[in-house]
Write a protein that binds this ligand. Structure first.
Ligand SMILES: C[S@@+](CC[C@H](N)C(=O)[O-])C[C@H]1O[C@@H](n2cnc3c(N)ncnc32)[C@H](O)[C@@H]1O
Length: 295
């Protein structure tokens, strides 16, 4: 990872949260829409330093608009949201986003530097084909963002919701699964980090996805059912950076415990009571040894 001031040479150099499996799936979904001649604008709610925006922007066709909506360095609309911003994105600036984006594209997307609650003032209903929801983690905001995605997308559009199951984002999980359970959102597939859905029939896109997954040795998948509907789970077969880090952390923790146990053992061996105990057991052993020598 390079610092925010350096111009990135590849997507790996851009700080953010956009795993490789989701990079592959975004590309697959956007290319499928292009193959099927589906036209429409692209929207991202929550762009941070541009990691996912840079990839989405590659799929904007000449007559399409790509809009990103992020507070960047502006104030959040409420205190809870401001706490999130201060905690997770304190070094974020619009300048850094723009520098990163320009490193991969000739121009910038449409930038709405406002709360996502205002996105419908900037994007027309039914105008889009792909919306990435990745802004606030608070339930009240995420329900609004998913509802806005439903308004912006026509039936065949695709919405991707980030952090739908992470331990640190229960508000997102509540909002996403509520949309599935009671508001007609049909999940197509899930990865560790993102849920891909539509308000249309998910089966045709799932059939195409399963055909593609069947040809990929590097991607694992299984089919589950949720509420009677098919849901595809997708995972990369490679070891991710966070998995390597977790293994390293576990190894370091085990080594620490082992070193502690060795120190305790040495302390016991050096203790007076241990030495006295040994001399008591040594005497009978010596006597027994003499008896054993007797023919
Ligand atoms: C998880 S990050 C986005 C990550 C990004 N998509 C990536 O690939 O790295 C969330 C972003 O949402 C923005 N954000 C948080 N609350 C917001 C709100 N109410 N309105 C607009 N943007 C918001 C933050 O500024 C931050 O940049």
């Amino acid at each position: 990872m390079i610092s925010q001031e350096t111009v990135p040479a590849s997507l790996d150099d851009v700080k953010g949260w956009f795993p490789k499996i989701d990079q592959l799936l975004f590309t697959w979904f956007l290319e499928r829409q292009e193959r099927l001649g589906q036209r429409g604008d692209l929207v991202e709610l929550g762009s941070y330093l541009g990691k996912s925006a840079i990839l989405i922007g590659r799929h904007r066709r000449a007559d399409e608009t790509f809009t990103v909506c992020d507070l960047f360095d502006s104030d959040a609309p409420d205190d809870s949201n401001q706490m999130e911003m201060d905690g997770s994105y304190s070094s974020l600036t619009r300048t850094a986003f723009e520098r990163n984006y320009r490193a991969f594209h000739g121009g910038l997307p449409e930038i709405v530097q406002r709360p996502t609650a205002e996105i419908l003032d900037h994007v027309e209903p039914d105008a889009c084909r792909f919306v990435h929801v990745d802004a606030s983690h608070l339930y009240e905001h995420v329900t609004g963002d998913i509802e806005a995605a439903r308004v912006m997308l026509p039936a065949e559009g695709v919405v991707v919701c980030d952090d739908y199951r992470s331990e640190h984002t229960p508000g997102v999980a509540a909002a996403v699964w509520e949309s599935v359970a009671v508001k007609g959102l049909r999940p197509i597939c899930v990865t560790t980090q993102k849920l891909y859905g539509t308000w249309n029939d998910a089966e045709p896109v799932q059939d195409d996805l399963l055909a593609w997954l069947g040809e990929r040795d590097d991607i694992w998948h299984e089919v589950q059912r949720v509420g009677g509907r098919r849901l595809i789970r997708v995972k990369g077969r490679w070891t991710t950076k966070s998995e390597v880090q977790k293994l390293k952390d576990r190894l370091a923790h085990t080594e620490d415990r082992l070193a502690g146990a060795r120190r305790e053992l040495d302390d016991v061996r050096r203790s007076v009571s241990f030495r006295v105990g040994r001399s008591f057991t040594a005497l009978p052993r010596a006597l027994r040894g003499r008896d054993d020598d007797t023919p």
